[in-house]
Design a protein around this ligand. Structure first.
Ligand SMILES: *[C@@H]1O[C@H](CO)[C@@H](O)[C@H](O)[C@H]1NC(C)=O
Ligand SMILES: *[C@@H]1O[C@H](CO)[C@@H](O)[C@H](O)[C@H]1NC(C)=O
Ligand SMILES: *[C@@H]1O[C@H](CO)[C@@H](O)[C@H](O)[C@H]1NC(C)=O
Ligand SMILES: *[C@@H]1O[C@H](CO)[C@@H](O)[C@H](O)[C@H]1NC(C)=O
Ligand SMILES: *[C@@H]1O[C@H](CO)[C@@H](O)[C@H](O)[C@H]1NC(C)=O
Ligand SMILES: *[C@@H]1O[C@H](CO)[C@@H](O)[C@H](O)[C@H]1NC(C)=O
Ligand SMILES: *[C@@H]1O[C@H](CO)[C@@H](O)[C@H](O)[C@H]1NC(C)=O
Length: 364
């Protein structure tokens, strides 16, 4: 049953994986799972579990608060913090072995959270990129599978002593380009092209790590301006727009269009417009809070890919006195330059689709 659950978690269509209770954490970062409570009332009993193992509880009646960080071979040791006001749980230095199903139960609550781990990699077209399994060595009985969107591209089964790359799949776009490390299970893709942009997943026994490989457009915008992130699609099937280190969903097109105004504490409220033909996303009246990385996941029936945009926002300058006019002048000149760069970049990056694009996911 354990196995089937995990299978279900990771291998149903990405659309399913990317459901609402799912949260992404970057490898090595901390994550706080919010209990949703503002305070714990007197007779409350709060219990956190990871799969079926109890990892923390608060019993207000006897005023006790405990973390059980030695369960499951100590994988949570020194990593759990429990908030004594809200019961929220923080996991520090989040790694592959912490990804999965968390459950919170209290007297009148029973919530499940799926926390998935991803890793950032950076590269350029023509480079080799290594997707790291986070293992130092493969053990007896291990099984490692590499998935690109929903297609298996490589597999190691230690019990069967087998190691395979399936590089004929997907019109041969991986042909002669995949290398599996038999010590660690890490996968190297050599001589990458834009065809290799996408969502990669390594499944190791019951655990997994996601990787987002994409062409990145760098865009600079003046605070208060609008910017449109072009999907370069002429029709949309299924797409998702995601933002920031948490890869939070902010908009999607399926059969209908949805904008998640409440994501990230309402940061994008009244600021997003989704084009109903192309799925391009416009962010209006931009502020520094909207700077960062945007991911476009395209999960169509014929075509799957990932695009990435990094927006940096120029702050407006507060000034006073005689230099103001000069600074204004410099500023407006900068705006002009920024616009030109943006246009040139846009044209270039479209051409890059066929030629020399930069494929990388960048640090945050
Ligand atoms: C959790 O379930 C597994 C089998 O699915 C079992 O081996 C293990 O003992 C259980 N752990 C706890 C803490 O109940
Ligand atoms: C909660 O923890 C803080 C320190 O972590 C402590 O100062 C405070 O007294 C605690 N509050 C309760 C209600 O236990
Ligand atoms: C809490 O929810 C989970 C999954 O939704 C379910 O398996 C479990 O039985 C529930 N527990 C209680 C006490 O209702
Ligand atoms: C690995 O290979 C062995 C032997 O062929 C097989 O019995 C086992 O089911 C495989 N393991 C998995 C997880 O598929
Ligand atoms: C890299 O791939 C391109 C086609 O995408 C091919 O023309 C070129 O020969 C390859 N380079 C190497 C070193 O394999
Ligand atoms: C798309 O939006 C435009 C105006 O925003 C509207 O006129 C048109 O009917 C919409 N098309 C669809 C298919 O919803
Ligand atoms: C832009 O956002 C700021 C707050 O960030 C707000 O004060 C201002 O009214 C907004 N401007 C427009 C035109 O919506």
């Amino acid at each position: 049953m354990f196995h089937r659950l995990w299978f279900c978690l990771c291998l149903c269509r990405l659309v399913g994986v990317f459901g609402d209770e799912r949260k992404f954490v970057k490898m090595g970062n901390s994550v706080t799972i919010n209990s949703g409570l503002t305070e714990i009332i007197n007779d409350d009993h709060i219990q956190w579990t990871f799969y079926n193992a109890s990892i923390a509880n608060i019993n207000k009646q006897i005023n006790s608060m405990t973390v059980f960080d030695d369960v499951l071979d100590g994988r949570f040791r020194d990593r759990l913090k429990l908030d004594n006001q809200t019961g929220s749980l923080t996991i520090t230095d989040f790694r592959m072995k912490h990804g999965g199903r968390y459950n919170l139960q209290s007297n009148n609550m029973n919530n499940t959270f799926i926390i998935l781990v991803y890793d950032d990699i950076s590269m350029k077209e023509g480079d080799s990129v290594t997707l790291n399994s986070d293992l130092t060595e493969i053990m007896d009985g291990d099984r490692i599978q590499w998935v690109f969107f929903n297609t298996y591209i490589a597999e190691i089964n230690v019990t069967a002593n087998s190691m395979e790359v399936y590089d004929d799949v997907l019109d041969g776009r991986f042909r002669d380009r995949l290398k599996l490390d038999k010590q660690t299970g890490s996968l190297t893709i050599t001589n990458t092209t834009t065809e290799h942009a996408g969502v990669y997943l390594v499944l190791i026994n019951r655990m997994g790590i996601y990787f987002f490989l994409a062409v990145c457009d760098e865009i600079s915008v003046m605070e208060g301006d609008s910017v449109t992130l072009n999907s370069d699609l002429t029709e949309t099937d299924k797409i998702e727009w995601r933002f920031g280190t948490g890869i939070d969903k902010i908009a999607e097109v399926t059969n209908s269009m949805t904008v998640y105004y409440d994501a990230l504490g309402g940061r994008f409220r009244d600021r997003l417009k989704l084009d109903n033909q192309t799925g391009s996303l416009t962010i209006t009246n931009i502020t520094t809070k909207h700077a960062g990385r945007y991911l476009l996941l395209i999960i169509g029936s014929k075509f799957e890919s990932v695009k990435m945009f990094r927006i940096s926002v120029y702050d407006s300058v507060h000034c006073c006195g005689p230099t103001e006019a000069v600074i204004r002048l410099v500023l407006s000149a900068l705006v002009g330059v920024a616009t030109v760069i943006l246009l040139v970049y846009d044209i270039r990056s479209r051409r890059a689709e066929q030629h020399q694009a930069h494929i990388h996911t960048s640090e945050t």
